[in-house]
Write a protein that binds this ligand. Structure first.
Ligand code: NDP
Length: 321
């Protein structure tokens, strides 16, 4: 019997893994396998900043495998304002989860990093070898350093104890159950919510910046499948970037057009070019992933966005917003 504990199991990525496990045919590539028990834990089951509560959670479920997603996640503003909180909370959460996994003899842990922990000055495209090649951007250094240390810890656990701890590095994620709070949300959920309000109020839909920057977005339900693959098939300490290809970058203008279409928005929309754009591109390579997984079909961006907008509209009352 395998018990797979998903920390942060109630967030954007955790809910997507639960969806895939529960909707793919049992025994199929990404479906639940016989003898597997999946546990999706929220912070109400235990605050992972606290070692005792972490231990209690592990005592309760006795996991054999852990997908570690729990993190203090926030937008640019929160990251800039609360650097110590982002550093400390994430350091505590990660240390407690890895150390408790070690104490309980967990066979495998996959922790979730992020491409925003990479050095500010780095040669693109990003790949798995470049995480520690320079300081992260000043705006999110608390979060970035805490996350980078997971890779350091994974290597140290392997060297000292032979542990099978590794990590995944997703690019920008979107999908059902995202955080749509205007002040805190990432670009796609923020624009979906803004478009919704413009539609409701009969006001123009204004997008900050020129719309030209390019980003790689991964649908949370595709990412969920990649986590399930990594859990079952990948046994190395080095991280794997989980992303669509560099040739599948999408501009903010394309994101906006897809939202306008999915939302049937009929009002005016415009770009506020007085607002900063951020970096033009920060491409990440998914070559390592593709060389290991072979074939993988990513959901077309527009379809994934349509499903996300539909989820937001159907769940407006209860969505994080
Ligand atoms: P969410 O904010 O949607 O979910 C966070 C999850 O972590 C929730 O289940 C939350 O529980 C849990 N959590 C937070 N703090 C604690 C705590 N102290 N103790 C226990 N559980 C806690 O995050 P995402 O799903 O977006 O992110 C998942 C992972 O992916 C994170 O590690 C993040 O860094 C990474 N990532 C995210 C990206 C994105 O675009 N969203 C991009 C790249 C990486 P509760 O619901 O009870 O609060």
């Amino acid at each position: 019997m395998s018990v797979i504990l998903v920390t942060g199991g109630t967030g954007l990525v955790g809910k997507a893994i639960q969806h895939v496990i529960e909707t793919e045919p049992e025994g199929s590539k990404f479906g639940k396998k016989p003898g597997e028990k999946w546990v999706f834990a929220s912070s109400s089951e235990g605050d992972l900043k606290d070692p005792e509560q972490t231990k209690k959670l592990f005592e309760k479920y006795k996991p054999t495998h852990v997908i570690h997603l729990a993190a203090l996640v926030g937008g640019l503003f929160a990251n800039m304002k609360y650097k110590l909180t982002f550093y400390r909370d994430n350091t505590l959460i990660n240390d407690n989860v890895l150390y408790t996994s070690h104490l309980f003899g967990v066979k495998k842990v996959i922790s979730c990093l992020s491409t925003c922990v990479y050095p500010d000055k780095v040669e693109y495209p990003l790949d798995e070898t470049k995480i520690h090649l320079g300081l992260p951007h000043e705006s999110n250094f608390g979060y970035a350093h805490a996350k980078r240390m997971v890779d350091v810890a994974n290597h140290a656990y392997k060297d000292q104890y032979g542990s099978n701890f590794t990590s995944a590095i997703p690019t920008n994620i979107f999908g059902p159950h995202d955080n749509f709070e205007l002040e805190r949300a990432h670009v796609i959920p923020a624009l979906i919510h803004k478009c919704y309000l413009a539609q409701q109020n009969g006001t123009p839909f204004i997008i900050g910046g020129t719309g030209k920057p390019l980003r790689q977005f991964i649908y949370s339900r595709d990412l969920a499948k990649l986590f399930i693959w990594q859990l079952r098939e990948y046994d190395d300490v080095e991280p794997v970037i989980l992303s669509v290809g560099e040739d599948e970058e999408v501009s903010i203008k394309q994101v906006t057009d897809a939202i306008v279409k999915a939302m049937n928005f009929t009002g005016e929309y415009d770009f506020d070019t007085s607002r900063a754009d951020g970096q033009f591109r920060k491409p990440a390579s998914n070559k390592k992933l593709l060389s290991l997984i072979g074939e993988f079909e990513f959901t077309p961006f527009e379809k994934a966005l349509e499903e996300t907008v539909k989820w937001f509209l159907d769940n407006y009352e209860n969505a994080r917003k």
